[in-house]
Design a protein around this ligand. Structure first.
Ligand SMILES: [Zn+2]
Length: 238
Protein backbone atom coordinates (compact mmCIF):
# COMPACT_ATOMS: atom_id res chain seq x y z
CA UNK A 1 0.00 0.00 0.00
CA UNK A 2 1.18 3.50 -0.88
CA UNK A 3 2.25 5.61 2.11
CA UNK A 4 0.06 8.37 3.50
CA UNK A 5 1.45 11.89 3.13
CA UNK A 6 0.39 15.15 4.74
CA UNK A 7 -1.46 17.69 2.67
CA UNK A 8 -1.59 20.01 5.68
CA UNK A 9 0.94 18.69 8.21
CA UNK A 10 -0.74 17.52 11.40
CA UNK A 11 -4.21 18.12 9.90
CA UNK A 12 -5.08 16.36 6.65
CA UNK A 13 -3.47 13.78 4.46
CA UNK A 14 -3.55 13.67 0.67
CA UNK A 15 -6.23 11.30 -0.65
CA UNK A 16 -4.66 7.92 -1.18
CA UNK A 17 -6.02 5.49 -3.71
CA UNK A 18 -6.30 1.83 -2.93
CA UNK A 19 -8.36 -0.79 -4.83
CA UNK A 20 -10.30 1.95 -6.60
CA UNK A 21 -11.27 3.70 -3.37
CA UNK A 22 -9.78 6.86 -1.88
CA UNK A 23 -8.74 7.25 1.72
CA UNK A 24 -8.12 10.46 3.56
CA UNK A 25 -7.33 11.05 7.21
CA UNK A 26 -7.99 14.25 9.15
CA UNK A 27 -6.89 15.18 12.65
CA UNK A 28 -8.70 17.85 14.62
CA UNK A 29 -7.61 18.32 18.19
CA UNK A 30 -7.73 14.89 19.78
CA UNK A 31 -10.06 13.50 17.14
CA UNK A 32 -9.09 11.53 14.08
CA UNK A 33 -11.43 10.97 11.14
CA UNK A 34 -10.87 8.42 8.40
CA UNK A 35 -12.76 8.85 5.14
CA UNK A 36 -13.32 6.26 2.44
CA UNK A 37 -14.54 7.78 -0.83
CA UNK A 38 -15.56 10.89 1.09
CA UNK A 39 -17.58 8.90 3.61
CA UNK A 40 -16.63 9.24 7.27
CA UNK A 41 -16.09 5.68 8.45
CA UNK A 42 -13.87 6.02 11.50
CA UNK A 43 -14.02 8.73 14.09
CA UNK A 44 -11.91 8.18 17.14
CA UNK A 45 -11.13 10.28 20.12
CA UNK A 46 -7.41 9.87 20.52
CA UNK A 47 -7.71 10.48 24.21
CA UNK A 48 -4.68 11.32 26.30
CA UNK A 49 -4.18 7.66 27.00
CA UNK A 50 -3.92 6.65 23.34
CA UNK A 51 -1.79 9.62 22.42
CA UNK A 52 0.48 9.10 25.39
CA UNK A 53 0.81 5.47 24.53
CA UNK A 54 1.94 6.32 21.01
CA UNK A 55 3.92 9.35 22.00
CA UNK A 56 7.61 8.96 21.66
CA UNK A 57 9.39 12.19 22.57
CA UNK A 58 12.15 11.58 20.05
CA UNK A 59 9.72 11.45 17.10
CA UNK A 60 7.69 14.53 16.05
CA UNK A 61 4.01 14.17 16.91
CA UNK A 62 3.03 14.71 13.25
CA UNK A 63 5.03 11.68 12.21
CA UNK A 64 3.44 9.63 14.94
CA UNK A 65 -0.07 10.68 13.91
CA UNK A 66 0.71 9.77 10.33
CA UNK A 67 2.09 6.37 11.21
CA UNK A 68 -0.89 5.75 13.48
CA UNK A 69 -3.24 6.53 10.55
CA UNK A 70 -1.18 4.32 8.28
CA UNK A 71 -1.40 1.49 10.77
CA UNK A 72 -5.21 1.84 10.94
CA UNK A 73 -5.48 1.68 7.14
CA UNK A 74 -3.10 -1.26 6.92
CA UNK A 75 -5.03 -3.09 9.57
CA UNK A 76 -8.61 -2.44 8.45
CA UNK A 77 -8.44 -2.31 4.66
CA UNK A 78 -9.17 -5.97 4.10
CA UNK A 79 -11.72 -8.15 2.32
CA UNK A 80 -15.18 -7.83 3.82
CA UNK A 81 -16.29 -11.34 4.83
CA UNK A 82 -19.71 -10.69 3.37
CA UNK A 83 -19.28 -8.86 0.03
CA UNK A 84 -15.57 -9.74 -0.42
CA UNK A 85 -14.74 -6.20 -1.45
CA UNK A 86 -11.34 -5.02 -0.20
CA UNK A 87 -12.16 -1.91 1.80
CA UNK A 88 -12.38 -0.71 5.39
CA UNK A 89 -13.87 -3.69 7.20
CA UNK A 90 -14.06 -4.17 10.92
CA UNK A 91 -14.08 -7.10 13.32
CA UNK A 92 -17.67 -7.93 14.25
CA UNK A 93 -17.02 -6.95 17.86
CA UNK A 94 -16.37 -3.36 16.76
CA UNK A 95 -19.61 -3.09 14.82
CA UNK A 96 -23.29 -2.82 15.75
CA UNK A 97 -23.54 -6.50 14.77
CA UNK A 98 -21.38 -7.61 17.71
CA UNK A 99 -24.32 -9.62 19.06
CA UNK A 100 -24.19 -11.74 15.87
CA UNK A 101 -20.45 -12.39 16.08
CA UNK A 102 -21.03 -16.07 16.88
CA UNK A 103 -23.29 -16.52 13.89
CA UNK A 104 -20.84 -14.80 11.51
CA UNK A 105 -17.84 -16.65 12.86
CA UNK A 106 -19.61 -19.95 12.29
CA UNK A 107 -19.74 -18.88 8.62
CA UNK A 108 -16.07 -17.97 8.57
CA UNK A 109 -16.79 -14.23 8.53
CA UNK A 110 -14.54 -12.27 10.87
CA UNK A 111 -14.82 -8.74 9.55
CA UNK A 112 -17.49 -6.78 7.79
CA UNK A 113 -17.65 -3.50 5.87
CA UNK A 114 -19.99 -0.65 6.87
CA UNK A 115 -22.27 -1.14 3.81
CA UNK A 116 -22.84 -4.77 4.68
CA UNK A 117 -23.35 -3.79 8.33
CA UNK A 118 -26.06 -1.29 7.35
CA UNK A 119 -27.71 -3.81 5.00
CA UNK A 120 -27.81 -6.37 7.82
CA UNK A 121 -29.20 -3.84 10.30
CA UNK A 122 -32.03 -3.09 7.84
CA UNK A 123 -32.67 -6.78 7.36
CA UNK A 124 -32.87 -7.31 11.12
CA UNK A 125 -35.20 -4.36 11.44
CA UNK A 126 -37.45 -5.84 8.75
CA UNK A 127 -37.33 -9.23 10.45
CA UNK A 128 -38.29 -7.55 13.72
CA UNK A 129 -41.30 -5.94 12.05
CA UNK A 130 -42.38 -9.18 10.41
CA UNK A 131 -41.93 -10.93 13.74
CA UNK A 132 -44.04 -8.35 15.53
CA UNK A 133 -46.77 -8.60 12.91
CA UNK A 134 -46.89 -12.38 13.16
CA UNK A 135 -46.97 -12.06 16.93
CA UNK A 136 -49.93 -9.69 16.69
CA UNK A 137 -51.64 -12.10 14.30
CA UNK A 138 -51.21 -14.79 16.90
CA UNK A 139 -48.77 -16.81 14.80
CA UNK A 140 -45.89 -16.32 17.16
CA UNK A 141 -46.04 -17.55 20.69
CA UNK A 142 -43.65 -16.05 23.23
CA UNK A 143 -42.39 -18.82 25.50
CA UNK A 144 -43.59 -18.05 28.95
CA UNK A 145 -46.06 -18.67 31.70
CA UNK A 146 -45.69 -19.50 35.35
CA UNK A 147 -42.31 -20.41 36.78
CA UNK A 148 -43.41 -24.08 36.76
CA UNK A 149 -44.35 -23.86 33.09
CA UNK A 150 -40.92 -22.44 32.28
CA UNK A 151 -39.29 -25.32 34.14
CA UNK A 152 -41.48 -27.75 32.23
CA UNK A 153 -40.33 -26.31 28.89
CA UNK A 154 -36.71 -26.53 30.01
CA UNK A 155 -37.10 -30.12 31.15
CA UNK A 156 -38.80 -31.15 27.92
CA UNK A 157 -37.26 -32.22 24.63
CA UNK A 158 -37.62 -28.59 23.49
CA UNK A 159 -34.74 -27.59 25.75
CA UNK A 160 -32.26 -29.04 23.26
CA UNK A 161 -33.47 -26.88 20.40
CA UNK A 162 -33.52 -23.88 22.74
CA UNK A 163 -29.91 -24.58 23.69
CA UNK A 164 -28.91 -24.88 20.02
CA UNK A 165 -30.73 -21.69 19.19
CA UNK A 166 -28.92 -19.79 21.94
CA UNK A 167 -25.55 -21.29 21.02
CA UNK A 168 -26.06 -20.10 17.44
CA UNK A 169 -26.29 -16.53 18.71
CA UNK A 170 -22.73 -16.65 20.02
CA UNK A 171 -20.68 -17.75 22.95
CA UNK A 172 -21.66 -14.94 25.30
CA UNK A 173 -25.35 -15.80 25.14
CA UNK A 174 -27.07 -17.67 27.97
CA UNK A 175 -30.51 -18.97 28.64
CA UNK A 176 -32.39 -16.89 31.15
CA UNK A 177 -35.75 -15.93 32.45
CA UNK A 178 -37.52 -12.62 32.51
CA UNK A 179 -39.79 -12.01 35.45
CA UNK A 180 -42.59 -9.50 35.24
CA UNK A 181 -43.81 -7.80 38.40
CA UNK A 182 -47.13 -9.65 38.04
CA UNK A 183 -45.31 -13.02 38.31
CA UNK A 184 -45.38 -13.91 34.65
CA UNK A 185 -42.16 -15.48 33.41
CA UNK A 186 -40.65 -15.60 29.94
CA UNK A 187 -37.74 -17.48 28.50
CA UNK A 188 -35.00 -15.26 27.15
CA UNK A 189 -31.60 -15.43 25.52
CA UNK A 190 -29.31 -13.10 27.44
CA UNK A 191 -26.11 -11.59 26.13
CA UNK A 192 -23.78 -11.26 29.05
CA UNK A 193 -20.96 -8.75 28.77
CA UNK A 194 -17.80 -8.53 30.86
CA UNK A 195 -19.58 -7.22 33.92
CA UNK A 196 -23.16 -6.68 32.98
CA UNK A 197 -26.02 -7.82 30.84
CA UNK A 198 -25.76 -6.36 27.35
CA UNK A 199 -29.13 -7.23 25.95
CA UNK A 200 -31.70 -9.97 25.76
CA UNK A 201 -34.14 -11.53 23.31
CA UNK A 202 -37.52 -12.99 24.16
CA UNK A 203 -37.79 -16.54 22.87
CA UNK A 204 -40.80 -17.43 20.80
CA UNK A 205 -42.10 -20.20 18.60
CA UNK A 206 -43.73 -19.70 15.21
CA UNK A 207 -46.70 -21.64 13.88
CA UNK A 208 -44.35 -24.31 12.49
CA UNK A 209 -42.80 -24.82 15.90
CA UNK A 210 -39.58 -23.11 14.86
CA UNK A 211 -37.78 -21.02 17.47
CA UNK A 212 -37.61 -17.30 16.93
CA UNK A 213 -36.81 -14.31 19.08
CA UNK A 214 -38.10 -10.83 19.65
CA UNK A 215 -35.95 -7.90 20.78
CA UNK A 216 -37.14 -6.09 23.93
CA UNK A 217 -38.36 -3.05 21.98
CA UNK A 218 -40.78 -5.28 20.07
CA UNK A 219 -41.43 -8.03 22.57
CA UNK A 220 -42.04 -6.04 25.74
CA UNK A 221 -44.81 -3.78 24.41
CA UNK A 222 -46.33 -6.86 22.78
CA UNK A 223 -46.49 -8.47 26.22
CA UNK A 224 -48.19 -5.40 27.62
CA UNK A 225 -45.14 -4.08 29.44
CA UNK A 226 -45.47 -0.44 30.33
CA UNK A 227 -43.00 2.05 31.58
CA UNK A 228 -42.80 1.79 35.34
CA UNK A 229 -43.48 -1.96 35.33
CA UNK A 230 -40.71 -3.86 37.01
CA UNK A 231 -38.65 -6.45 35.22
CA UNK A 232 -36.14 -8.85 36.59
CA UNK A 233 -33.74 -10.92 34.54
CA UNK A 234 -32.39 -14.14 35.91
CA UNK A 235 -29.67 -16.18 34.23
CA UNK A 236 -29.74 -19.93 34.47
CA UNK A 237 -26.59 -21.79 35.31
CA UNK A 238 -24.70 -22.64 32.18
ZN1 LIG B 1 -19.14 -5.81 2.69
Amino acid sequence: MEALRWEIPGKTTYPLEQNGLTYQVAFEGNTVQVYEDGQLLIEEDLSEEVLNHHRNPSVPLENQLLSWAQMVLNQFIQPCGQCRQVRLSFPLELTTLAHLAGFYESQGIHSICPSCTIAKERELEEQGKTMKESFLRGELQILGGTEEEIQRILNSAASLSIRHYIQSLGKTWRTGMLKFSDHRFYLVAMKVGEEQLDTFLLLARDSHGKLASLPPETGLPALGFQEGDELELLAFEK
